[in-house]
Design a protein around this ligand. Structure first.
Ligand code: SF4
Length: 220
């Protein structure tokens, strides 16, 4: 291990420890009970808030129980059911095609490995890693907009490409903290380190952060 890698690992460890204190109850915001429910919720979460997805899935998950249920669903009915999450036509196409893949190629079970997850219709690395980490307990880093932005600002990653950010973070975040690390960055991104105006003056990891344009407390 190089000196640089070792110092980045230390930095990641310090950031995680501080954020764990700040967000002791951190967890994935999407509600689900099975890997299939998480997969469907993640497809619906594109360009939509987690709260809105949860409102839709509470009744959706009571009606559709299996991958085959989604594959065989009436398109117009399902479109109306998920309409509040936006982009509903494309989302229904993905959910139905993904359900068909799971039903036909994986005996109705969401696969628990990256390669097979990536082979499902509409499933990219972010979604696959979030499913692996949160539904199967496999160490994985799913790079969403919060994780990417904060990792770059703090100086734990450099690339703008989410796949490369995933590789950079995977090299320095301890395996047993990978899933939690993503939730912590998401919480911090929502509450303090917003995309437009981060509240750096009240940020608990300020001293470990490399962001060059840190904000200062507004003068009264
Ligand atoms: S110091 Fe500012 S930019 Fe850095 S993590 Fe905190 S809020 Fe974000």
């Amino acid at each position: 291990m190089t000196t640089k890698e070792s110092s980045m690992m230390k930095k990641a460890g310090r950031v995680i420890a501080l954020l764990e204190k700040e967000y002791p109850d951190t967890r994935i915001a999407l509600e689900f009970k099975t890997p299939l429910e998480l997969l469907v919720a993640l497809i619906l979460a594109a360009q939509c808030t987690d709260e809105r997805v949860n409102r839709v899935t509470r009744s959706l998950f009571k009606k559709y129980r299996t991958a085959g249920d989604y594959a065989g669903a009436d398109i117009t009915t399902l479109e109306q059911e998920v309409r509040p999450t936006g982009f509903f036509r494309n989302k229904v196409k993905s959910i139905k095609a993904c359900g068909k893949d799971i039903a036909e190629k994986h005996r109705g079970k969401v696969p628990d490995n990256l390669e097979d997850l990536l082979s499902l219709h509409g499933v990219g690395r972010k979604t696959a890693n979030i499913v692996l980490g949160n539904a199967f307990g496999v160490p994985a880093i799913g790079v969403d907009t919060h994780v990417g932005r904060l990792a770059r600002r703090i100086g734990l990653a450099r690339s703008k490409d989410p796949n490369k950010v995933e590789a950079e973070l995977t090299a320095i975040v301890p395996e047993d903290k990978m899933v939690k690390f993503c939730h912590l960055l998401q919480d911090h991104g929502r509450k303090v380190c917003a995309a437009r105006t981060p509240l750096c003056y009240q940020c608990v990891i300020n001293k470990y952060c490399d962001f060059p344009d840190k904000t200062e407390r507004p003068k009264k």
